[in-house]
Write a protein that binds this ligand. Sequence first.
Ligand code: IPE
Ligand code: IPE
Ligand code: MG
Length: 256
Amino acid sequence: MRHGEGFRAVTTTGAPHGSVPRHVACVMDGNGRWAASRSLPRTSGHRAAEATVIDVIETARTAGVEWLSLYAFSTENWRRPAGEVDFLMRLVRHAVRKHAPLLHARGIRCRFLGVTDPRIPAPLARDFDDLMTLTGANRGMTLTVAFDHGGRGDIVEAARSLIRSGVSAEAVDEENFAAHLPFPDTPDVDLVIRTSGEQRISNFMLWQVAYAEWVFPPVLWPDFRATHFMECLRAFQQRDRRFGGVTPNANGETRP
Ligand code: IPE
Ligand code: IPE
Ligand code: MG
């Protein structure tokens, strides 16, 4: 990949000077701790997270981010208490139905990554499908909600699909392997934001984050707002992305 790829000029009011990452992915973490710090049940933290989600979608779109991915529920999150899982399913269904008209009006194309486990309530899966259909032709920002998602699982599924296609082992390369991942038109992630101070991947879009920049704001997801998001974009702009190469100097020389 060429140095500088994944960047585009900022043209929108409110965006930082310079360039914005083309694909931003958020690990929305810290809901439980937000609630605990207020002596509230964990579910209150999830409910409070909804306002942040809307704020981040709107801020990303206004800043000129073309692809926004949000990690909402991992394949490992099924290990949580049944009551919390059930609450999350109902909360997400409510949010999808409530915000569908606004997302569509903003020209956002919505996708749901994962959603394979039979424990997902059928009406929720239908609402996901309906929103994908409703917004499928939109040409604004693409919003990918990772729900019942696991990066390793996606890679295993891609391997299965590749084998089924009958391709010979020698013919497999990174490009045709990636074509078997779900939503293969998704560009590599440029910036991952993980809130709450935790510093790990937690099985998130493993293939796509191979060369992402990472930021770990300490703020808990329900407290994360537009200003924090813009700070993350500014931090990204300070990074020197080399993609394994060396940074050319002002004369175009590549000596460090
Ligand atoms: C993230 O917040 C939301 C989901 C994983 C669904 P957490 O629920 O993980 O919050 P903490 O990490 O316990 O604070
Ligand atoms: C990752 O957060 C998954 C989501 C944000 C949806 P977790 O809170 O579940 O991750 P771990 O368990 O701390 O790694
Ligand atoms: Mg967590």
